[in-house]
Ligand binder design. Structure first.
Ligand code: NAD
Ligand code: LMR
Length: 338
């Protein structure tokens, strides 16, 4: 695609024009948790992105090796590894985008909310440092439970006086990636052409794929649509069970995280009509945060797009998810303020 073509040419596409790597805007991107299961392949994919000029890899352990390894790849960005809390400030200084896959993953039998006790504190600490060292960065939150870690980040930023709702994103791109893959399999259409919005949140029934809006269209039965919805909602658990104790999705997540960060970079660079689903501050439902299609621009969120027409099945799904999503959001807000 664009990234591969640009890589071959050693050029970056910005705003429809093509720049040699030297003249594309300077963009510093940090990955926090860069030595982890997601962090390593995500660091690789960000190293392949010609829109990045500086790649900052941070973890509490193991980053020097990952950074040395990735830095040998002959693409535009300069790579630096940072390890341990006293190097976090340097890792963050001047960042345009901070991607956060730091935290523990699920094991079979766990819900994402079971990760709250450990990951809430990790996210709180990292966001406190972001407020101090790069308050204007776009934050791409991957750490689970996303339905709570995004509200935690917002509260930390509010306390620090740096909160800008346009710059905080829960990464739900993997739900969209899955919905596209599963839909293409049933609809018998070219997977690379499929679009499916996924709204709500990022856990179980709060993940609501809107297959009634999927394109290319296909005439799928209610049974098939129900099965596709459930498979998308349980996609994370499918991987957790298949990995049988060795963690959760890392490779598909790295792909999804790289896709979302690329969309954020394009938005920052002024590319028009960049639209991705993300869990953001929102007024399209009664909840303060909600995932939906979002237009990305030079300041982050340019516009939170509405839900569009829903089928009766999707309307029921929306009603059913609101209480769980509400309580996960409130849990995050409460934690950040205690
Ligand atoms: P992992 O255990 O393989 O890696 C996590 C990394 O975070 C480790 O390298 C660890 O050292 C690091 N870390 C821990 N505390 C840190 C801190 N304070 N600062 C910086 N780094 C720190 O886990 P993983 O499989 O990479 O998953 C990471 C997180 O992403 C989990 O919470 C998981 O649930 C979540 N996840 C989210 C999605 C999504 O769609 N949003 C998808 C998959 C996984
Ligand atoms: C996913 O959707 O794969 C992630 O949220 C990880 C998980 O725990 O399922």
């Amino acid at each position: 695609s664009t990234i591969q073509a640009s890589l071959r040419q050693g050029r970056a596409q910005v705003n429809g024009r093509s720049f040699s790597s030297g003249s594309a805007p300077h963009r510093k991107v940090a990955v926090l948790g860069a030595a982890g299961g997601i962090g390593q392949p995500l660091s690789l994919l960000m190293k392949l992105n010609p829109l990045v000029s500086q790649l900052s890899l941070y973890d509490i352990a193991g980053t020097p090796g990952v950074a040395a390894d990735v830095s040998h790849i002959n693409t535009r960005s300069e790579v630096t590894g940072y390890v341990g809390e006293d190097q976090l400030g340097k890792a963050l200084e001047g960042c345009d985008i901070v991607i956060i896959p730091a935290g523990v993953p699920r094991k079979p039998g766990m819900t994402r909310d079971d990760l709250f006790n450990i990951n809430a504190g990790i996210v709180k600490g990292l966001c406190t440092a972001i407020a101090k060292y790069c308050p204007n960065a776009l934050v791409n939150m991957i750490s689970n439970p996303v339905n709570s870690t995004v509200p935690i980040a917002s509260e930390v930023f509010k306390k620090a006086g740096t909160y800008d709702e346009k710059r905080l994103f829960g990464v739900t791109t993997l739900d969209v990636v899955r919905a596209k893959t599963f839909y293409a399999g049933k609809a018998n259409v070219n997977v690379s052409e499929v679009n499916v919005p996924v709204v709500g949140g990022h856990a179980g029934i709060t993940i609501l794929p809107l297959f009634s809006q999927a394109t290319p269209t296909a005439n799928l039965s209610d049974e098939v649509l129900t099965a596709l919805t459930k498979r998308t909602q349980d996609g994370g658990t499918e991987v957790v069970e298949a990995k049988a104790g060795k963690g959760s999705a890392t490779l598909s997540m790295a792909y999804a995280g790289a896709l979302f960060a690329d969309a954020c970079l394009k938005g920052l660079n002024g590319v028009p009509d960049v639209v991705e689903c993300s869990f953001v501050q929102s007024s399209i439902t009664e909840l303060p945060f909600f995932a939906s299609k979002v237009r990305l621009g030079k300041n982050g969120v340019e516009e939170v797009l509405g839900l569009g027409a829903l089928s009766d099945y999707e309307k029921q799904g929306l009603e059913a998810l609101l209480p769980e999503l509400k309580s996960s959001i409130e849990k995050g807000i409460k934690f950040a303020n205690q």
